[in-house]
Design a protein around this ligand. Structure first.
Ligand code: SF4
Length: 878
């Protein structure tokens, strides 16, 4: 090991639920070098494009450095006294149900523990919910109904030991890329079959053995059909079924469903059912496509029913597997971050559990009933039942369904506190009090990933300005509210010890979550804590649950539930004929507060979009690159049309990431109806209904600049580039004076910078560039139609001596690499196509050997395969 490597700090990636280990080395100038941790059991050194770009997301720009009270910077003392006083006064006047915390899967477990203790044990209400409610609450509900506790039975190793992997409503290739790469590697060695069940053709479908493009929301009918087929094929595990209750009722309900509602052919259904039944080692992975549904809990239980009926659970290479979206969504579930849970998988509805937590905390009270789940919570904020709200590391003004209503609810709330790393979010801009929190790289604590592995996240950088850890902020408010001893924590290690001790009580009450072996961990032991999966190795079969047929209902048996398919709540009709699916893209994370800072991540898909089928586009007169207006009962958005048969006719898809900071007209959750699953409270974020029409802009534009652009036109989307910024623009009214418009866009006063102006008034074209000291500082290209330009080339020009920028084309001696495909090695589509043609490349591996593309994180390998296939199809057609 080199000296530099010896100085590395081991931590975890702050994005998805894979929970990859990273090694961090401070560069001495406030930055970090980041590489995958070869010793971490989640990733063994691999990182995806987002993890690989972590170092680019650091730095002081935009950081919140001091508390701000109603727009004025202040000290901690004043801010925290105000927060504690306002919460205490509100509780005294209106009761504990009049206050709420809305927290996040970005919190570390120790942060979560203090927030949960403060709310449920000391304030005495349970109005604390986490944004994980939007992510996997239906999995929690399904697990609790089937198993008696929220347990993910399997491990990541099962994905490598399975002979069949079924992805249901999960674009694993983009949303959990390192896990996807582990599966692809296993496919190479053992020939694992891969089936994708998704209405939309995603990157995860590339190379899959089967893609079942079912109708949106019909997953329960599909798995009910599988349960019937299991029964008909005599594939029920008669040895395991005594460990299960409810088989007959579940089968009867399944038999009354018709798998035809899935829209899949009998042959496709039969082929899938046959493959599933005759493959003993099968793992069914599911995520938001299952969970984000008004019948999400039922979909989960329909999947679990099939695994329970066949005993395919808790043994090597077998099991249902819910993958979590956030770095500590699982930790939040374990520690009681949801309004309907106590810490350590103890149930809030259970009087013995409540009494045990109450006694352990020695608290003045304990929440007597579940609190409000996220959607209900913001409705209560809107109608004034909740009068004081503390939002921590999340952006509900963008991400909640009916986001405009949520935004106005927050804005009308009597008292709103936001803890975050930046004040530049849609939600933070509505706060009365802004509290500066530490960010990833500065935080210290633990997280739990999707396979129950608890890892340390460690600080490698000092906290900037006055920023403090969340646990410290919450504990200080607890002390100022009068509970000094209960919140007298000095370190996250102290909180972890208390949490581990409480889990021992949970274990004695028969709960699965028991890490009390760490209750006496020393500070140095906590500092050097290695990743570990609970339960401790050896206690159960390879760290798996339920292979022994023992579950957590009082009789020790699992439950199969009678499930009947229910269609999505909103019906398509003449007014709203389209089914709107929302989701993630490969290189962005949530509302982009961090990933948008990385030029290479922004380069992959630099603008929000709407995927629409070619037949629908033609019928509506929508051409490639047009803007479209998407409308629902809740609101409307303007997005760039991407015409593709990846979506089915009648379906559209839009990403969830863009905000008021990056593309104000593209906040997609303003369209999503606040409909929830009746059991889990999870919103139906993938099956709203909407109308789509062409957005008739009077002008379209593209701009580049060395400094941040500040557009004010009807449509804009800005993104960072290596040379500065780029933006797509459009307006309903053609500016009278293009140079004045451009100067306003770039913040240039008249006479400031030398202008090159090309105006073709007859054709409505305008191209304007500004130079200072011989270098291009900004340029605008506008016209009456979407402007065709070499955007990726132009984006490189700010800061250079580019006097010919207004041609919009690269010079002959400078090839245009085209839109970015491989973020790690900065390889564009044109470069890949040229290499395929000139070098006769026939495989993704050969592209990697020629260009390095796809050889690091592998996140782009599905796109490389698609480019390769399209190039060869074109060549064959010629
Ligand atoms: S797969 Fe990517 S985003 Fe997820 S934890 Fe690993 S590096 Fe981070």
């Amino acid at each position: 090991m080199t000296d530099a490597r010896a100085c590395e700090i081991r931590s975890t990636c702050p994005y998805c639920g894979v929970g990859c280990g990273v090694r961090l080395r401070p560069t001495g100038d406030g930055g970090l070098e980041v590489r995958g941790d070869p010793d971490h059991p989640a990733n063994f050194g691999k990182l995806c494009s987002k993890g690989s770009a972590l170092a680019e997301t650091l730095g002081p720009e935009g950081r919140l450095l001091s508390p701000i009270v109603r727009g004025t910077e202040t000290g901690w003392d004043e801010a925290l006294t105000l927060v504690a006083d306002r919460f205490r006064e509100t509780i005294e006047q209106h009761g504990p149900e009049s206050v709420a915390f809305y927290v996040s899967g970005q919190l570390l477990t120790e942060d979560y523990y203090v927030a949960n203790k403060l709310m449920k044990g000391y304030i005495g209400g349970a109005n604390i919910d986490t944004n994980s409610r939007l992510c996997m609450a239906s999995s929690v509900a399904g697990h609790r109904r089937a198993f008696g506790t929220d347990t993910v039975p399997g491990t990541y190793e099962d994905l490598e030991e399975a002979d069949l992997i079924v992805l249901v409503g999960s674009n694993l290739a983009w949303c959990h890329p390192v896990l996807h790469q582990r599966i692809l590697a296993a496919r190479k060695t053992r020939g694992t079959k891969l089936v994708v069940i998704d209405p939309r053709r995603t990157a995860s479908c590339d190379g899959a053995d089967m893609h079942l493009a079912l109708r949106a929301g019909t997953d329960a009918a599909l798995f009910n059909g599988l349960l019937c087929a299991i029964h008909d094929a005599d594939a029920v595990d008669e040895d395991f079924i005594p460990s299960v209750q409810g088989f007959d009722d579940a089968l009867a309900a399944a038999s009354s469903d018709r798998a035809e509602v899935t829209g899949l052919s009998e042959d496709d259904l039969a082929a899938f059912y046959d493959l599933w039944i005759r493959t003993p080692r099968v793992v069914t992975i599911y995520s938001q496509g299952v969970n984000q549904s008004s019948s999400g809990s039922d979909k989960v239980n329909a999947i679990l029913n099939c695994h329970l009926a066949t005993g395919r659970i808790g043994t090597i290479g077998c099991g249902p597997f819910s993958v979590t979206g956030q770095p500590n969504a699982m930790g939040g579930r374990e520690v009681g971050g949801l309004a309907n849970m106590l810490a350590c998988h103890l149930d809030i509805e259970n009087a013995d559990h409540r009494a045990a937590v109450h006694a352990f905390w020695e608290s003045p009270r304990i929440a007597a009933a579940p609190g409000m789940k996220a959607v209900e919570m913001f409705e209560a904020v809107g109608d004034g039942r909740i009068k004081a709200l503390w939002i921590i590391h999340t952006n509900p003004a963008v991400t909640m369904p009916d986001a405009d209503a949520v935004k106005s609810a927050i804005s009308g709330c009597d008292f709103v506190v936001v803890s975050d790393i930046t004040g530049a979010t849609d939600t933070a801009r509505l706060a009365d009090v802004l509290l500066p929190a530490t960010a990833w790289g500065e935080k210290d604590g633990t997280v739990t990933n999707s396979d129950r592995t608890i890892s340390r996240q460690r600080a490698a950088l000092p906290a900037p300005g006055m920023a403090r850890p969340d646990w410290a902020i919450l504990a200080e408010v607890g002390r100022r509210m009068g509970w000094h001893d209960a919140f007298d924590y000095a370190s996250p290690a102290e909180i972890f010890r208390e949490y581990a001790a409480l889990s021992g009580i949970a274990g004695k009450l028969g709960r699965d979550f028991d890490i009390s072996g760490h209750a006496d961990i020393s500070d140095s032991g906590y500092e050097t804590l290695e990743p570990f999966r609970w339960p401790f190795a050896g206690e159960r079969s390879g760290g798996r649950f339920f292979g022994d047929g023992r579950f957590y209902h009082t009789d020790g048996k699992a439950r199969m539930l009678p499930i009947r398919y229910r269609p999505p709540a909103a019906k398509q009709g003449p007014r709203f004929p389209f089914r709107l699916n929302t989701g993630r893209i490969r290189d962005q994370w949530h509302t982009m507060t961090r990933t948008a800072r990385s030029p290479r991540l922004a380069a992959h898909l630099a603008e929000p979009f709407l995927e629409i089928h070619p037949r629908d586009a033609e019928r509506l007169g929508i051409a490639a690159a047009d803007l479209v207006r998407v409308e629902s009962s809740q609101g409307s958005a303007v997005l760039r049309a991407r015409i593709t048969d990846a979506v089915q006719p009648g379906d559209v898809f839009a990403p969830m990431h863009w905000t008021g900071e990056t593309a104000p007209s593209a906040r997609i959750d303003v369209l999503v109806a606040p409909v929830t699953d009746p059991v889990s409270g999870q919103p139906e974020s993938k099956a709203s209904v909407c109308a789509v029409r062409r957005f008739d802009a009077a002008w379209y534009g593209f701009a580049i600049a060395a400094d941040r652009l500040e557009p004010s036109c009807d449509y804009w989307a800005r993104a960072r580039t290596r040379a500065g910024w780029r933006a797509e623009l459009a307006g309903a009214t053609v500016p009278q004076d293009w140079e004045a418009e451009a100067r306003a866009l770039f913040g240039l006063a008249p006479g400031d910078a030398e202008a090159q102006v090309l105006i073709d008034a007859r054709r409505g074209l305008a191209r304007i560039a500004f130079h200072r000291e011989g270098r291009l500082i900004a340029a605008l290209f506008a016209g009456p139609e979407p402007v065709a330009l070499k955007r990726d080339y132009l984006a490189t020009l700010p800061g250079t001596e580019a006097w010919d920028a207004l041609t919009g084309q690269p010079p002959a001696d400078r090839p245009d690499p085209g839109p970015l495909v491989c973020s790690c090695f900065n390889v564009g589509v044109n470069t890949i196509l040229a290499a395929i043609e000139s070098q006769g490349l026939v495989s993704v591996e050969q592209i990697g050997a020629a260009l390095e593309a796809g050889t690091n994180c592998g996140s782009c390998r599905p796109e490389l395969a698609a480019i390769l296939a399209a190039a060869h199809a074109k060549e064959a057609a010629e």
